[in-house]
Structure formats: structure tokens, C-alpha cells
Design a protein. Structure first.
Lengths: 614, 347
């Protein structure tokens, strides 16, 4: 190894004088299947445990091993945890992508790389730190087969030294990651991290400005992905029947639930399960089972993504028309057809709102954080039974599969309510009931569950035309009456769905409207617009469809509304067009991104500025 | 002159219900449709066995056959669902409430064409369900197209012949591991009754393929699913007597060589040998017999196969004994301590 290679030149541009503390993004470029996940999680956790707000996003291919994958970590003392496009700190481990990754960096960025890649010749405006990974890994990992995996921990050590990360927290993160049962693996990895750190301390000269410093902004918080949070929400909502078909990016939701249910949902005496989780043969079967379980009184759910949604379409129409409760977790991914299965989008909004043939309308909840994944999952089960209809929980790959900081979830204090279900005792008093009669004026009928021990309990559920008594009919007045009641039921939902969160700025002429994970980019963009362009903004984050009256008020009080969403065709905006009068629609503008990466603030800011200057 | 009229005491079953309690609404199927006869058998069987109607859940897909659950067991919940997807619907309901007695009625289009995949997986799971295929080889509701169970050479009403080989739903179910497989004929009252009663008592899935002629579209000379064809070609494997658990086993059994099948609820199916030797616990023999019958153009009826030992799907899942649907909050919502423990692990 030449002395020149390890003693980096200061870049000719990009002053390194001012230290940049707790405000940087790290990108690790590796090969899928090389075991870098552990090293990346440890890095993320170390920053988190130092009290610094942090987020981690995995950009991975639809592949088991061999294709490039990137993990980005953003530390932000201001608490911005959305994706940032600009990378400050690159760890280049993948020969396939290293050159392109380096060429994409902004001047002044730092590059830790595997020495044989010889990247420093590419540019003279970056801080290069070549590391002889193979030489460092051999002494700390005698077993050659494990070296490919352990190697990654060396960059954790190098990065820790360069960014002033506390090694004690690296160790804590490792212990957390491996648990007590894998203490040996934790020690092996710790040895590698230390070797990297010691080598860097002895060999490197730090020239870049990025550094971490302990804060206390993460005290008490947890790190969790949205899918696990949804699974916990479902478990604490008392879900009893889960039927699913594996599909990226939703699979880990049910797999988390399987893990938690095994621990917490077995009868302590008999060991028997208080839930059924069934992997179906396809999405037609998974939604069919879930709907019917809901019909029979279970709290039931399925989890899927776009292609599964397409397959479920017919059954969802039955669920709407026969009025069956079920919760469908749609972890959205990119594209029509197979699309980009491992990239994120908000691409099913319009489809799900009116999924299936004929006239249908479905409620959707839009969580934006693990906290909301937990709380809205519980609300969705209540809502499905209250309104006797399928409910979509609209998450996405970014929220579902990436690691997020979150406040610990509060224990649900409200008792579980099962909606309008008549018992045998109720029937004894009533004498009879009509399944689809609007007794209370809210559009919601009363139902009975199969197995209810009463001669008047039974009714016949069908997807064909039915009257108030659930009898077959082809009469036009019966059909119209029933469909109008269903429309009325949908109107009733407006005052029961999760309300939007709104920040009104009295000086703002423009307002943002967004849902779900667009929130992080929009909030940061609001700050960018004020700081960089002196543009004031209001912001309404919608949390459900159907829209509540607050949205109309919000549009009315601003001159222009930017609807931000992660799809090509302005799906959320299109739903607004369906409801509002032309004067309101004329105020709506669209900011769209659909490239599959988590939405970043700069993209939003640039587009708003472009449209404002027109 | 005065007469004292003694009201004729109404006939009731062992739980005090009249046969009226087991009837449904008036059928809208064609007069003479085989499906109506099957509905009548269902009414009789559930009445005679004294099944509580409210403990039964009826399922169907789409088609003429799938309309029929409205015409029997009016005091049971029913679910007329989506074409070919009744297996999923029945499975979901049985997961939610394992104490239900599931009764599915479907057709050959529902089962052998659009729903073949779901049929397979239901069999694979051994869902506790009575699965009655009302098989007429033809699509009735769409006015007379062939289904996948139509025999090669059988003709449409227009005279057009079927050129593709049929699926034999019984043979398929046998290959996929079904635990109770039978074939019958809607016109064979006694055999169908015994089979339905045995199905009620069986722990697991029962597939009963009932040849049920379509009087409007498939009862002509060129059809192999017509009344006259089946009457002429039916080959009963054996004679069946069902002895319910609440009756003395020694009564009413005719003499002859009899095989006794003890069923899950304590009932017995007595299988009396006819012309040939047949072992209904031998799966390969069943497949052979079906193959040979098909070659001869025979309709082989009776219990093709029965296995009373394999656990059903609900048992395999190790669910609690009570219905999942109505478990109380104290059971389905883990404790505050559990949530705290989970959160601690994520810190």
C-alpha cells in the first residue's frame, strides 16, 4: 500500500474548514447478499444511541444475491428524517457501482472505499479514504468463509473514527443486533469494528468536515419499520384471522405478526392459538378467506401490494356490496404490472378508492410513521367493523420496510368495539331484523353472525341484487335504494375517519396537501421555501379518504394548493377533482415524483419554485 | 252430534324442530332440475339428524347450483359468493368459527373450471366442510356451454360434440389427498342421503360429486349427464346405511357382507357389498376403479374413499376450542406489560 493512497489530499474545492456536526448523509454501496445489513443497522443504531435524529433507507434490488444495493443513513440535528438526495459520506464497497457512485457525489463529499478500486483518480474535489479491507479482515476473522460478512464491520470502525462515533455505542448496537444467543458472532464483529477503528486512527488524516456529537434528541425512542408497527397494531387490535400471500414489500408485515403472535397470542394453559394465520394459494384466496372470516365475525386482515390488489378486485367489490368488514394492508410499490417491486410509491390511491367493477367506494387510511402504522391499524379494524366494509391501510415500501425512529407506542386505552352485531338476546327482544335496513340513519345496517343460536338470526349474504331483508331482487327500486344507502354510509364515514393534521400559516398564499411518507419531504420543503425563497406555506396532511370537510376549507383559504404525491398521474388530486366544484379545482396544482426512491425535499421545493415563477 | 277434534301432533325431530325449520325459500331453478332433488335430500338429512339449523353455514360460488343454498336450510346463514371462490369463502368462515357445520354447494363450472385452483387447495388443507358438486356437465345460467366435466363425444343441445377429455373431480380429489370422496346421482335418493349424513359426521372435507342432470340444456340423447344415461350406466359400488350416533347400531342393517366405518361423531356408515369387492380405504384402488369405469362409460357411485384419521385443517392450526370470532378482548389483546416488553426490545 502506498503512502500516497492512505494520506488523502484535501479537495481543491469544497472548504473543509467549518465542521458540519450532526447533519450528514452516509451512503453504503454494497452487493446484495453480502451481509451488509448488519453493519448498516449497527451504524444507524450507533448514531441513534448517541441521541442524534437518524433514519435509514435500504435501496435494494429484486434479487437474492449479486446485484447492487445501497443503504443510506441520514443524521439530522433538526430532525429531518426524509431522504436527502445529496450524499456527504460514501462507503464504496461494490466494484460494480463505485465509479458511478463517486461521480454522482457533490464536491466536498467524503469517500471510504476498498483500496483496490482506486477511486481517487476519478476526482480531485472529494475527500478519499482508501481502506485495505482484505488485509484488515484476515487477522480478525480466521474463518475465511465468514470474511465476506465480517469485512463490512470494518467500515463501521473506519466510519466511526472519521465521524467521531462512540465505539461504546457501536458495541451496544452490536449486542442489540445479535442478542444474547449470538454472543460469539457479536464478538467476532466487534473485533472487526475495532480493527477498522484502530487502523483508521493510526493511518488516516481526517480532512472532511462531517462529524457526530452526542445529543439527547432520541431519548426513549424506538427504532422500528412500518410493517412491524402495522403488525403490532393488528395484534393489539385483537386480529384473529390473517390470510395472506407473500409479496414484496408486504411480506414482512405478516412475518412480523407471526413472530409476535407466537409470543403473545397463545393460551398460556393449553398452548393453543387465539389466531389463525394462513398462507393462501394466491391473493384471490387470501382476500376471500379474510372477507369471509370477517363475515363470520372475526377481526380479519390481509396484506399485499399492487399486483395483489389487482387480483383482489372482484372480492373487494363483494365486500363493499355485501358489506363485509376486513382490513387490507396495501404496502405500495412502483408500477403497473410487476413494475419495480423493491421501490416505493403511492401508486394505488386512485385504484383502491374505487376498486372493483360497478359503483364502489372504499375508505383508505394513510399512516406516515410507525406510530401511525400502529394507531391507524387499530383504528382500521374498529372502522371496518363499525362500517361493515373493507378498509385499506395505505402504507408504502419506504414506510413499511425501512427503519424509523418512533416514540414508543401507547397502550390502547379504548375497549374493542365490534360494531352493530345482534346477539341471540337482541333477536329475542326484536323478534326479527332486516340485514340491510338503515335503522339508525347512518346507512349502516345490523348484522348477525353465523352460529348465533336463534331462529331469526340467519340471513343470506350474496353479491347479487338484494333488498333490505337480504332477499334476492332484480327490482330497480330495490337496487337504487340499496346503492343510495351505501353512498350515504360512505358520507357518514367522513366524520369518523382520522382527521387531517393542518398547519395554517396566516401569511401563506400557498398550501401543501400530502399523504403518508410524502410528509417528511413536504415538511422539510416548507422550511427550504421559507429560508431560501422567502415563500410561506401552510400544510395539510390528509390521513384518510373519504376527505373530511377541513380539506375544502383549506383549499378555499389559499390561492394555490400543491398536492404532493408519489405517482405519475396525480391520483390524490384526481380524487379531489371528483368531489369539488371548478373554482376549487382550479386552485389545485400537482407536485409528483414517481422514480421509486423515497421522496426528498429538494424535489418538492424545486418543483414548487418552478411553478411559482411561471 | 259433537266431535272432538284432536290436533294431529306435528312431527318433530330429536331437537323438537319440524321439517319446515329446515326448508328454504321456493326454488327458482327449472322444474325437474337435479339440483332441486339434492336440496330436498339436504333438508331431509339435516332434519332427520336433528342438526341445529343455526349451527350450519352454507356456502356457494356462482351458477345454478350456487343459487340453491337459498332453497334449503332457511334458518342457517348462507353466503353466495364469487364464481369459483367458494373454497376460500368457506375456509375463512371455518377459521373464524370452528364450531360451525360448513356445507358448500357448487357446480362443475365453479369447481372444475374457474375454481379448480381453489378446489385443489381446499382439498390439500382438508378444510372441515361438506363440498357438494352438482355436476351436470354444462353451464346453465349462461345457457348451455360445455363445462370441463363434459365427456368426450357428448353433445350440446345444438349437436356440437365435446372434443376435450373431462376432469373427474373425484379422481382429482383423490390424487390431492381428500379424506372422503364419493359420487352419487341426484335421482338415487337413498344413497345420496346416506352419503350426506356420513359427510355431516366426517371430520374433514367430504367431496361428493353428484351427477345432477340439467333438464333444459343437457338432458338430450347425446348427453352423458342426462337422466336416462345415468340411470342406464350407474354402477353402485355398494349399498349404504347410515346409523347416527343417537341410534342403536344393531337396528335396520340388512344381512350380507358389511364393512363398518366409524365416523368422528360416533355415527357409523355401514357399507354392504354388492357384486364386486371394493375397499374404500384403498386410495389406489379407488383411482383404478374410476379409470376402469370411465373406459366402460359407467358412472361409478358410492363411497370411493374414506380416511377417518387425518386431522382437519383447523386441528392442524392448533386453534383454541372456542370460535376465534367471538373471543373476548382479554384474550385477543395482549397486556400492557407485553407492549412494554416489545418496546423495550426496540429501544
Amino acid at each position: 500500500m502506498s503512502t500516497l493512497e492512505v494520506s488523502p489530499l484535501a479537495p481543491s474545492s469544497g472548504a473543509s474548514g467549518q465542521p458540519k456536526t450532526n447533519d450528514f448523509s452516509i451512503q453504503v454501496g454494497t452487493v446484495n447478499g453480502s451481509g451488509s445489513q448488519t453493519a448498516n443497522t449497527v451504524l444507524l443504531r450507533t448514531i441513534f444511541q448517541m441521541g442524534i435524529p437518524v433514519s435509514g433507507k435500504n435501496m435494494f434490488p429484486s434479487n437474492i444475491a449479486g446485484l447492487p444495493t445501497w443503504f443510506t443513513i441520514r443524521a439530522s440535528q433538526q430532525g429531518y428524517i426524509g431522504r436527502r438526495k445529496e450524499i456527504d459520506f460514501l462507503v464504496a464497497m461494490n466494484p460494480e457501482t463505485a465509479r458511478e457512485d463517486v461521480m454522482n457525489l457533490q464536491p466536498g463529499a467524503a469517500v471510504v472505499y476498498d483500496e483496490p478500486l482506486q477511486l481517487r483518480a476519478l476526482r480531485d474535489d472529494l475527500h478519499f479514504y482508501p481502506v485495505p479491507f482484505d488485509k484488515l479482515v484476515a487477522p480478525v476473522c480466521p474463518d475465511a468463509k465468514l470474511r465476506k460478512l465480517v469485512r463490512n464491520m470494518i467500515y463501521d470502525g473506519v466510519v466511526a473514527w472519521l465521524l467521531s462515533l462512540e465505539m461504546a455505542e457501536v458495541r451496544n448496537a452490536l449486542v442489540k443486533q445479535f442478542g444474547k444467543r449470538k454472543a460469539k458472532a457479536a464478538e467476532l464483529n466487534w473485533g472487526a469494528a475495532q480493527a477498522g477503528y484502530d487502523w483508521a486512527a493510526q493511518t488516516l488524516t481526517k480532512t472532511d468536515p462531517y462529524r457526530a456529537e452526542r445529543m439527547n434528541a432520541t431519548t426513549g425512542k424506538v427504532i422500528i419499520d412500518g410493517n412491524a408497527a402495522c403488525a403490532l397494531g393488528a395484534m393489539f387490535a385483537g386480529v384473529t384471522v390473517v390470510t395472506w400471500y407473500p409479496i414484496t414489500p408486504s411480506s414482512s408485515l405478516v412475518e412480523s405478526l407471526i413472530g409476535y403472535a407466537k409470543r403473545y397470542r397463545h393460551d398460556p394453559e393449553t398452548g393453543k392459538a387465539t389466531y389463525a394465520i394462513v398462507q393462501a394459494e394466491d391473493e384471490l384466496a387470501s382476500i376471500g378467506m379474510a372477507l369471509s372470516a370477517g363475515w363470520a365475525g372475526a377481526r380479519s386482515m390481509t396484506a399485499t401490494a399492487g399486483p395483489g390488489i389487482s387480483l383482489m378486485s372482484e372480492f373487494i367489490g363483494l365486500g363493499y356490496y355485501a358489506e363485509l368488514p376486513v382490513v387490507i394492508f396495501d404496502i405500495e410499490r412502483v408500477g403497473p404490472s410487476t413494475g419495480l417491486p423493491t421501490r416505493t410509491a403511492q401508486g394505488d390511491i386512485l385504484t383502491n378508492a374505487i376498486l372493483s367493477h360497478g359503483d364502489t367506494r372504499h375508505p383508505m387510511f394513510f399512516p406516515c410513521s410507525p406510530e401511525e402504522c400502529f394507531s391507524m391499524s387499530m383504528e382500521a379494524f374498529e372502522f371496518a367493523e363499525q362500517f361493515q366494509t373493507p378498509v385499506f391501510v395505505m402504507s408504502d415500501l419506504d414506510l413499511g420496510m425501512n427503519s424509523w425512529m418512533a416514540d414508543p407506542f401507547p397502550y390502547p386505552e379504548k375497549p374493542i368495539r365490534r360494531g352493530k352485531v345482534l346477539s341471540a338476546e337482541d333477536l329475542e327482544k326484536l323478534g326479527s331484523f332486516a340485514r340491510y335496513k338503515d335503522v339508525d340513519g347512518d346507512g349502516i345496517g345490523y348484522r348477525t353472525l353465523p352460529g348465533t343460536k336463534h331462529q331469526a338470526a340467519a340471513y343470506f349474504t350474496r353479491g347479487s341484487g338484494h333488498n333490505e331483508k337480504a332477499q334476492y331482487t332484480e327490482r330497480e327500486d330495490d337496487y337504487i335504494h340499496n346503492m343510495e344507502r351505501l353512498a350515504h354510509k360512505f358520507e357518514t364515514m367522513r366524520s369518523h375517519v382520522p382527521a387531517p393534521l393542518v398547519r395554517i400559516n396566516d401569511r401563506a398564499k400557498i398550501g401543501f396537501v400530502a399523504v403518508g411518507t410524502s410528509d417528511y419531504a413536504v415538511r422539510e420543503s416548507c422550511d427550504q421555501l421559507r429560508q431560501e425563497y422567502d415563500i410561506e406555506t401552510s400544510y395539510m396532511r390528509l390521513r384518510a379518504y373519504p376527505f373530511t370537510p377541513e380539506l375544502k376549507d383549506f383549499i378555499q383559504r389559499h390561492e394555490r394548493i400543491y398536492v404532493v404525491e408519489q405517482n405519475r398521474d396525480a391520483q390524490l388530486l384526481s380524487l379531489m377533482r371528483l368531489e369539488y366544484e371548478p373554482e376549487l379545482i382550479a386552485k389545485l396544482r400537482s407536485v409528483r415524483y414517481f422514480g421509486g426512491m423515497p421522496l426528498d425535499a429538494r424535489t418538492v421545493t424545486d418543483e414548487v419554485v418552478r411553478q411559482e415563477r411561471k | 252430534m259433537s266431535t272432538t277434534i284432536t290436533p294431529a301432533s306435528k312431527k318433530v325431530n330429536r331437537i323438537g324442530l319440524e321439517v319446515l325449520n329446515y326448508k328454504g325459500s321456493k326454488t327458482t331453478l327449472c322444474a325437474g332440475c337435479g339440483h332441486n332433488a339434492i336440496s330436498e335430500r339436504i333438508v331431509e338429512c339435516f332434519y332427520e339428524l336433528g342438526i341445529e339449523p343455526w349451527s350450519v353455514a352454507k356456502f356457494s360460488g356462482i351458477g345454478c347450483s350456487s343459487k340453491s343454498p337459498a332453497y334449503f336450510l332457511g334458518q342457517s346463514h348462507g353466503f353466495n359468493s364469487v364464481h369459483g371462490r367458494m373454497p376460500a369463502v368457506a375456509t375463512g368462515a371455518m377459521l373464524a368459527n370452528r364450531t360451525l357445520l360448513g356445507l358448500g354447494v357448487t357446480g362443475d363450472g365453479d369447481t372444475a373450471s374457474i375454481g379448480l385452483g381453489q378446489f385443489m387447495h381446499m382439498v390439500r388443507r382438508n378444510v372441515p366442510l361438506i363440498y357438494v358438486i352438482e355436476n351436470n356437465g354444462v353451464y346453465g345460467l349462461t345457457k348451455g356451454q360445455f363445462s370441463a366435466t363434459a365427456d368426450v363425444g357428448s353433445t350440446l343441445k345444438t349437436g356440437a360434440p365435446n372434443q376435450l377429455p373431462p376432469f373427474d373431480c373425484c379422481a382429482l380429489a383423490l390424487q390431492w389427498g381428500a379424506t372422503f370422496v364419493a359420487r352419487s346421482f341426484s335421482g338415487d335418493k337413498k344413497q345420496l342421503q346416506s352419503l350426506l349424513k356420513a359427510a355431516i359426521a366426517h371430520n374433514g372435507l367430504t367431496v361428493i360429486d353428484v351427477i345432477s342432470p340439467c333438464v333444459t340444456f343437457n338432458d338430450h340423447d347425446g348427453s352423458t349427464k342426462s337422466y336416462s344415461y345415468v340411470k342406464d350406466h350407474e354402477e353402485a359400488l355398494h349399498e349404504l346405511d347410515f346409523v347416527p350416533f343417537f341410534e342403536d347400531i344393531s337396528v335396520e342393517i340388512k344381512e350380507g357382507e358389511v364393512r363398518d366405518v366409524a365416523l368422528h361423531d360416533g355415527s357409523h356408515l355401514k357399507i354392504r357389498k354388492l357384486a364386486r369387492e371394493y375397499d374404500p380405504t384403498d386410495r389406489m384402488a379407488a383411482l383404478n376403479a374410476l379409470e376402469q369405469a370411465e373406459a366402460k362409460g359407467e358412472v361409478l357411485t358410492g363411497v370411493l374413499y374414506v380416511n377417518t384419521t387425518r386431522p382437519n385443517f383447523i386441528d392442524v392450526l392448533n386453534l383454541v376450542d372456542q370460535p376465534l370470532a367471538t373471543l373476548p378482548e382479554s384474550v385477543v389483546r395482549p397486556t400492557r406489560a407485553a407492549l412494554n416488553e416489545i418496546m423495550e426490545e426496540l429501544r
